[in-house]
Design a binder for this molecule. Structure first.
Ligand SMILES: [Zn+2]
Ligand SMILES: [Zn+2]
Length: 286
């Protein structure tokens, strides 16, 4: 990937939007805990509502640009409606993932939703691994997978693990030091198509190779935060993801920079790791 030499400010980027669109697909649900979803120890979280568990949509995002389709995250494939834990492997798969990952109908599987519309993705991008790449196994191995450096499958072998990333034949990793350009507020970003339409942002912390994406569309500009902020409530009150983060300090740094960016550019629409406001909401259960 060559470096984009065109843009130095987000104002310049936003003045040159492209005919690129994003549509989110809901592929199932995951159950979440308060401590996992929110840093409950942060000052900002005090006096907020408490809940026992939450039902969070598991999302995939379909990007269309220049007659091609791209995916950001896969969500669940249809195996999740056939057996507990779907594409995950391991001795404790069905025991640990029973009622944790839910897919009520086979038609929610990411491949079923794309097949119904006759869409094959050109490239699959990931925000990170976790359950966000659980549907990778249904896509032809020739389709390139692009993700953050150091990002790995979940692996608690032999109890619970995934080989979704490891078994891909065509993998590329974002290299921010080689291909990134330093942009205001967000630090190192890569202008993926080199025309300012689609950006990847280094937001490691939730996982080692976590990234976020910015879609600079004519109809709307969209920031896909990934699990740096899994929900809209935390983003609004300034509370980052909790124990689901691998590194709280780095994750908070990434969270703060996305928040500062969103506050500076309020026209940017936000898609969170597990919530698309107004479309796919989180259900909080008492
Ligand atoms: Zn997640
Ligand atoms: Zn995650």
């Amino acid at each position: 990937m060559a470096k984009s030499k065109q843009y130095k400010t987000w104002e310049e980027v936003f003045q040159n939007p492209h005919n690129i669109r994003v549509e989110s697909l809901n592929t199932g649900y995951i159950s979440g805990t308060e401590k996992g979803m929110f840093n409950v120890y942060s000052e900002e979280y005090q006096n907020q509502h408490t809940f026992k568990s939450a039902k969070l949509p598991v999302l995939s995002h379909l990007i269309s640009y220049k007659n091609k389709y791209y995916l950001v995250d896969t969500g669940f494939d249809s195996s999740f409606s056939q057996r507990w834990g779907g594409s995950f492997k391991g001795l404790l798969r069905s025991f640990l993932l029973r009622n944790h990952y839910l897919q009520e109908d086979i038609s929610l599987g990411v491949e079923k939703q794309l097949e119904a519309r006759g869409i094959t993705p050109d490239t699959i991008f990931l925000t990170h691994a976790h359950e966000h790449c659980a549907g990778l196994c249904v896509f032809d191995n020739r389709i390139p997978l692009v993700l953050g450096k150091y990002e790995r499958d979940i692996c608690f072998f032999p109890f619970i693990y995934s080989t979704n990333i490891k078994s891909r034949k065509n993998i590329r990793y974002f290299d921010f030091s080689a291909d990134g350009i330093e942009m205001p507020l967000l630090g190192y970003c890569i202008d993926v198509f080199q025309d300012g339409s689609f950006w990847v942002i280094d937001t490691h912390g939730h996982t080692k190779g976590h990234v976020s994406y910015l879609i600079n569309g004519i109809d709307r500009t969209v920031l896909i935060t990934g699990d740096i902020s899994n929900n809209s409530l935390g983003f609004a009150i300034g509370v980052e993801t909790g124990s689901y983060n691998e590194n709280m300090v780095e994750s908070k740094y990434s969270f703060d920079k996305l928040r500062k960016f969103a506050q500076s550019y309020p026209q940017v629409k936000l898609i969170f790791g597990h919530e698309v406001p107004g479309l796919f909401q989180i259900e909080y259960l008492d």
